[in-house]
Ligand binder design. Structure first.
Ligand SMILES: [Zn+2]
Length: 178
């Protein structure tokens, strides 16, 4: 993977919520309920990083050998999962998010053009709007960005997204014991 390129993810059936959060950050995060074989072949075919909570998958030859790029997500908590992945792959919030439902990048919309499609208080108070080209949901920064995981975003925006040394140690331990 070219470092300047944005990583694309493929998430297993246990990581549906994490997929939505990654989309909000602006990353292509495909979530499928396909079985292990299909997941692995899709990750290879599409050059996606496989994110999994399944210890069975990480033992598969293609994954273990590194042919399929993957990361075993340790936490059960979705915000911690997001931190793990953000740290591991140096993610930062992108300017334009993906639709959390369709996993398609939003298209910027002129404020005047969506006037009739959002509540008037939103129109009055928000400046940035995006529309999903597939489901045509309108997103705006005020609620969708902030309310969803406000504290996390604030942390990222203030560049404090660094795991504590204690967390760091436990990640290393887990990686070594694999
Ligand atoms: Zn959509």
């Amino acid at each position: 993977m070219n470092l300047s390129e944005s990583p694309q993810f493929l998430l297993d059936h246990m990581l549906g919520r994490l997929a939505k959060y990654l989309r909000f950050l602006g990353y292509d995060a495909l979530f499928t309920k396909e079985d292990d074989d299909l997941l692995i072949s899709r990750a290879l075919r599409e050059g996606r990083i496989l994110l999994t909570r399944d210890t069975g998958i990480v033992k598969r030859r293609a994954v273990k050998s590194g042919r399929v790029k993957s990361y075993y997500v340790h936490s059960d908590d979705v915000l911690k999962q997001l931190k793990e992945v953000a740290n591991k792959f140096h993610l930062s919030k992108k300017e334009i998010p993906y639709c959390t439902i369709c996993n398609i990048r939003l298209v910027k919309r002129e404020r005047e053009k969506i006037k009739d499609r959002v509540p008037s208080y939103v129109y009055k108070t928000q400046k940035l709007f995006g529309e999903c080209p597939s489901c045509h949901r309108i997103y705006w920064r005020g609620t969708h960005w902030k309310n969803f995981f406000q504290s996390f975003l604030e942390e990222m925006e203030s560049q404090k997204l660094v795991v504590t040394s204690k967390d760091n140690a436990s990640y290393q331990q887990i990686e070594e014991s694999k």
